[in-house]
Write a protein that binds this ligand. Structure first.
Ligand SMILES: [Zn+2]
Ligand SMILES: [Zn+2]
Length: 457
C-alpha cells in the first residue's frame, strides 16, 4: 500500500491522506488548515490532481478534517463520500458555516479568492454523501471493468472524540490499514470513549495531538471538572460573569451536558446559558441523536435541561456584563469577530470577571496570548483591539477530547502493526510518540512523512 501525506504543513494543520490499495485510491479526510488563509489552507491536492480517486472517507466533522471537501470533489469528481451516520447530519451544516465564515473573511481580511466554494455547491454535493453505521463494512473501490476481483472495504469504529467521529479500518486483499482520526479513549460527559478493541491492522495511521503534553501525576477529568465547578460557583456567587470559549461542535455540547447535570443536582445555581447560533445548531443534532448513539445520559436532552439564550449579532459587544452570566461561545481560540473574542475584550480589564479556558488555544491566537498574559500588564490581544491590560481572572482546565499521549502509545503497542505512521501533531508531539512507540515495538517501522511525501509500505 502507499500513503501520501497531503497536509500542507509540518504541524497539526489540515488532515488529508491519500491511500492506495490494490490499485484503488481512497482519500482519508479533506481538512483545512485552521491558521492559514485562502488556498494556502488547502491540502496538497494539486500534487495528486492527475490521479483517479475512488472514494473519500471522513473521520469526523471538524474543520481541519472536512473543510476542504468541496474542493477535493472538484479534483476528484467521481469519488463517493462515506461518512459515519451522525456526521451525515452535521457535515452540510459545517460546510455551510465555512461558506459564511469565508464570505465574512473576504471582506474583513480582504482575501480575494474567498469563498472557495458556495452554498449551492454544498447543497448539490450533499446529495452524494453516504452514511454508514459504525462497524458496517462497505466496498469503496470502483471496479475498472465489469468482472473485477474483490473490492477493498472500509469500516468505521466509534472514536469517542465528537458526535459521529470514527477511526477508519481499510481492508484490501492482503493488508489492512487503520486510521485513528482524532481519538478520545476516555469517556467524556456525553460520549463514551473510543471503541477500538476489535481493530486489527498491518499499518496504523495515528493522530499525535497531545504528544508533547505530559499528563500530570494523578490527573483525572473528574478532578478538572470539580475544579471548574468550584471556580464557576465562586464567580456566580459574587455576581461575576464567566466566559467559557469553546468549539461549537463537541466541546460546547459536552460542557452543556455537564452544566445541566451540575445544575440539576444542585452543585451549581440554575442560570441561563448564553450560546452562539452555530452552537445551537449542533446542539439540536446532538439532541436528535441522543438515543441513536451509545452515549452516556441518553435521556439528557440539552435543549430541555438548560435555559438557552442564543446571542444575536452584536450582542457580545453590547449586552450588560452584570448579574453572573455564563457564556459558552465560539471561538475556542478567540479568533477575531467571534463572540468569545468580543466578550473577552470587554471582560479582561475588569478584575471581577472570569475567563476559563477549557481547551487548546494556539499560542499565536488571541486566546493563546490572553492565556499567557500576566495580570495587570498590557499585551497585544488582537489586531482589532491592539494592546489591552488584563485584570480579570484567567484559569485553564484540561478537558481535552483527544487521547492522552500514553494512551496513544498503549494503543499502538497493543495493536502491534508492522508500520506506524504518525500525523496530526506538531513535530515535538510526533517525536515523543515516535520514540515511545519504537521502544515498545522495536521491529515496527515508525514513520513521520513530511508534507507531500509518499510512503510505500
Ligand atoms: Zn477533531
Ligand atoms: Zn483534528
Amino acid at each position: 500500500m502507499r500513503i501520501t501525506n497531503l497536509n500542507p504543513a509540518d504541524e497539526i494543520g489540515a488532515s488529508a491522506w491519500l491511500v492506495e490499495m490494490d490499485g484503488h485510491r481512497l482519500l482519508l479526510d479533506a481538512g483545512m488548515h485552521p491558521k492559514r488563509d485562502g488556498r494556502e489552507a488547502l491540502p496538497l491536492f494539486d500534487t495528486v490532481a492527475a490521479l483517479k480517486v475512488d472514494a473519500i472517507a471522513l473521520s469526523h466533522c471538524h474543520h481541519d478534517h472536512v473543510g476542504a471537501l468541496p474542493v477535493a470533489l472538484r479534483h476528484f469528481p467521481e469519488a463517493r463520500v462515506f461518512v459515519p451516520e451522525q456526521s451525515y447530519f452535521l457535515l452540510p451544516r459545517v460546510l455551510h458555516n465555512s461558506v459564511n465564515v469565508m464570505k465574512r473573511q473576504k471582506v474583513e481580511l480582504q482575501i480575494a479568492e474567498y469563498p472557495l466554494f458556495d452554498h449551492r455547491e454544498v447543497e448539490r454535493l450533499s446529495a452524494v454523501f453516504q452514511a454508514c453505521r459504525y462497524r458496517q463494512v462497505v466496498e469503496w473501490g470502483v471496479p475498472p471493468h465489469k468482472r473485477a476481483g474483490r473490492m477493498p472495504t472500509l469500516e468505521f469504529f466509534d472514536a469517542g472524540h465528537v458526535l459521529g467521529s470514527a477511526g477508519v479500518l481499510v481492508r484490501g486483499r492482503k493488508e489492512t490499514l487503520f486510521y485513528t482520526g482524532d481519538v478520545c479513549f476516555a469517556a467524556q460527559t456525553l460520549l463514551s470513549g473510543a471503541r477500538f478493541e476489535d481493530v486489527r491492522a498491518d499499518v496504523l495511521l495515528m493522530e499525535t495531538t497531545r504528544g508533547a503534553t505530559a499528563t500530570p501525576k494523578g490527573f483525572t477529568r473528574e478532578a478538572e471538572l470539580e475544579r471548574l465547578r468550584a471556580a464557576i460557583a465562586a464567580a456566580l456567587a459574587r455576581g461575576a460573569c464567566v466566559l467559557l470559549p469553546a468549539f461549537a461542535l463537541g466541546r460546547t455540547q459536552e460542557l452543556m451536558a455537564w452544566l445541566a447535570l451540575q445544575m440539576r443536582e444542585g452543585h451549581l445555581p440554575r442560570r441561563k446559558i448564553h450560546i452562539g447560533g452555530l452552537g445551537r445548531v449542533f446542539t439540536e443534532i446532538y439532541d436528535q441523536h441522543a438515543h441513536r448513539t451509545e452515549r452516556l445520559h441518553p435521556g439528557l436532552v440539552l435543549q430541555d435541561s438548560l435555559e438557552l439564550d442564543v446571542l444575536e449579532a452584536g450582542d457580545a459587544a453590547r449586552m450588560s456584563l452584570t448579574g453572573g452570566k455564563i457564556f459558552l461561545v465560539t471561538a475556542g481560540m478567540m479568533t477575531e469577530h467571534t463572540p468569545a473574542h468580543d466578550l473577552a475584550a470587554r471582560m479582561m480589564g475588569d478584575a471581577s470577571q472570569c475567563i476559563f479556558f477549557v481547551g487548546y488555544a494556539d499560542p499565536d491566537s488571541p486566546g493563546g496570548r490572553l492565556k499567557a498574559s500576566k495580570a495587570g500588564r498590557a499585551f497585544h490581544f488582537s489586531d482589532s483591539t491592539g494592546k489591552q491590560v488584563r485584570r480579570c481572572q484567567i484559569q485553564t482546565f484540561d478537558l481535552s477530547a483527544h487521547a492522552q499521549r500514553e494512551e496513544l502509545v498503549d494503543f499502538a503497542a497493543g495493536l502491534a502493526p508492522r508500520a506506524v505512521v504518525l500525523g496530526h501533531g506538531d513535530p515535538a508531539a510526533r517525536q515523543w510518540v515516535a520514540e515511545q512507540v519504537q521502544e515498545r515495538l522495536p521491529r515496527a517501522n515508525v514513520l513521520q512523512p513530511a508534507p507531500g511525501a509518499e510512503l510505500s509500505l
